[in-house]
Design a protein around this ligand. Sequence first.
Ligand SMILES: Nc1nc2c(ncn2[C@@H]2O[C@H](COP(=O)(O)OP(=O)(O)OP(=O)(O)O)[C@@H](O)[C@H]2O)c(=O)[nH]1
Ligand SMILES: [Mg+2]
Length: 279
Amino acid sequence: MCLLVVEDGFSPKEVWEQVEKLHKITEKPTEDFIVVLPLRYKPESYLFNCYTMESLFSELAKKRDATPTNQRSADETHPETSRTGNHSETKVNLVLLGMSGTGKSASGNTILGKTKFLSKASSKSVTTECQAAETVIDGTHVRVIDTPDMFDDKIKSSDKRHVTKCKQLICQSDPCVYLLVIHVSRFTDGERDILRKFEAAFGPKAKEQTILLFTRGEELQRAQMSFEDYINSCQSELKNIVQQCDRRCVVFENKTLRQHQVTQLMQTVNMMLNKKQKQ
Ligand SMILES: Nc1nc2c(ncn2[C@@H]2O[C@H](COP(=O)(O)OP(=O)(O)OP(=O)(O)O)[C@@H](O)[C@H]2O)c(=O)[nH]1
Ligand SMILES: [Mg+2]
């Protein structure tokens, strides 16, 4: 692992320049350099791959567990530290929810690393039925559930059926994380009270298990805007949704299959499940 530890108050631009320098010197891809964030930092839409301290320990524990015991040094084998920082589950449901055209299916394909869900530009809904597909990411068995738009007020008669089907597809014995998908450049009137509609469908505690997944991250990069700036300058209804979800956010660029965005999503998932387990 190539870890780059940065100090509190670091400049993301300067760190990215350092990563690019290291890439030029070593010829390793920039994704191989993992920036270890100071304690109070959360993984944001940085250009570089990063770990929080918690996710670093979780990754190290995973790597340690994958190493045969006879290859470990004596001081590594204390059983009480063998799963440090990692929730004990190795399976998780990820449910993609949100308005039509936000990029739910595209995000599902990015997570799966292959095209399993139909995703295309369209003036009408593309996904019409809930579907599930599975993959394994760093040893975690991930069940991805793609859904049609269940929050469009115009399709009230069908949304209950979709909610029921979606719940049937969730593997109940495993933890469930909802990914509320939002297009970075298009926050619509219908999305203003999406959390209320979401809670009505999935229960009042569902938002405690929710991560906001913003698509078209490349548009932020083009505008040279950090995710922090985006949230600080967005309309109050969106800010409110971010606050209500405890600022658990990830940014995806679905046009480029960048593994590090899936890694960051899984770090956020792990952190959330670890926290929930400790409560
Ligand atoms: N440039 C860019 N395009 C994206 C991104 N995510 C999704 N898209 C495009 O947005 C369009 C809609 O994406 P879908 O994945 O079909 O959206 P959806 O939310 O599943 O839509 P419904 O199935 O209708 O509910 C497609 O043309 C995608 O290629 C992204 O991060 N960047
Ligand atoms: Mg879709």
